[in-house]
Design a binder for this molecule. Sequence first.
Ligand code: CAA
Length: 387
Amino acid sequence: MANDLLHLTEEQREIQSLARDFARQEIAPFIAEWDENAHFEPTLVKKMGDLGFLGMLIPEEYDGLGVDTATYLVALEEIATVDASAAVMMSVHNSLPTEMILRFGSDEQKNRFLRPMARGELLGAFALSEPEAGSDAASLVTQAKLDGDCWVLNGTKSWVTSGNHAGVILTMARTDTRENRAGARGIGTFIVTPDLPGFSVGKKEDKLGLRSSPTVQLTFDNMRVPVANLLGEPAMGFIYAMQSLENGRLGIAAQSIGIARAALEAATAYAGERNQFGSPIRDFQAIQFKLADMATRIAASRTLLHAAAHAKDRGENVKQASSMAKLFASETAMFATNQAVQIFGGYGYVKDYPVERLFRDAKVTEIYEGTSEIQRIVIAQELYASD
Ligand code: CAA
């Protein structure tokens, strides 16, 4: 496989095998049923926590594995190759809420929240989007008003991955409503727990793909959040969210590569078995060209992603690189799954083979954690930034 281009270390190969074996044994046999019934399997959280997959980037001093970003992404790709739903749960948890608490949280917050999150005892979620604030995230209207020793939150959050199973939800809300604090300025990030009075889970979305990863609305009705749960500075929450989304986008790129790789592997195997016009269809150049394009785009996506991951670990600015990796990998996932369905023909359009699910799962990678259009805007803005 083109994975070899990465020259994985011994430790990375071990973690890759661990992730692959786990996904094949604990997830693969149930995927079709979970997808059909939109079932989220809560025991996966404990099992993934026990293996360290929910604390990959958290240092050992806070009970995490403390591996580098590239190693984390290798594990995530393996999980995604088997199940993109489990992968998004793992990606959101590792890339967004835990990274935010690690980077911007107090020692007390790290001890209280990060440790159990690293062990998989508390699942993390990220609540930025609202019904009227999607791509324009800074237009969010959820309010946070200081009242004594609490912030009182009112509003609705949308599209929250794992929001109905999370023990910790990093939530962005407007802390300052003065006119000169509109947009990105005057937004705070709060560590919300579902036991807070006024917290409720609303609509669970009935989705095209990623059906065994729940996506829900959350409503806050005069929800009192202790001041100790404010992350960092009260007006910096949007900046924290944007910085964390750079990690998130690397995770979604790895998820996309996993989906694309699963499509390539399924299509390659099928092309060897399926006979038409007297020979296996892989003998035809029309099929070979599709497989070659899929393999090339996957290798290019992975190379770009891992270059971005290494740059991040060197402490470099990866705002543009993470958007490039996410953009290219998610469009590769859509391309590869579309080609795979085409190679399978009618059999690709039904649930007897996995490519139908892969095709449905791929689409959202071009939408969440910033649409492809938003990634292009971020990439272009960084070109001007160096003027
Ligand atoms: N790092 C640090 N600071 C950043 C930053 C970054 N990556 N990106 C922006 N900022 C800062 C800017 O420097 C600016 O600061 P100043 O005011 O001090 O100059 C401030 O943030 C505002 O930036 P912009 O003016 O660029 O903000 P904008 O309102 O024009 O929006 C955007 C920028 C790129 C469009 C942003 O809104 C965006 O990324 N939108 C997409 C939203 C998104 O990705 N949502 C994901 C939802 S979560 C999800 O999907 C998770 C899940 O569950 C799967």
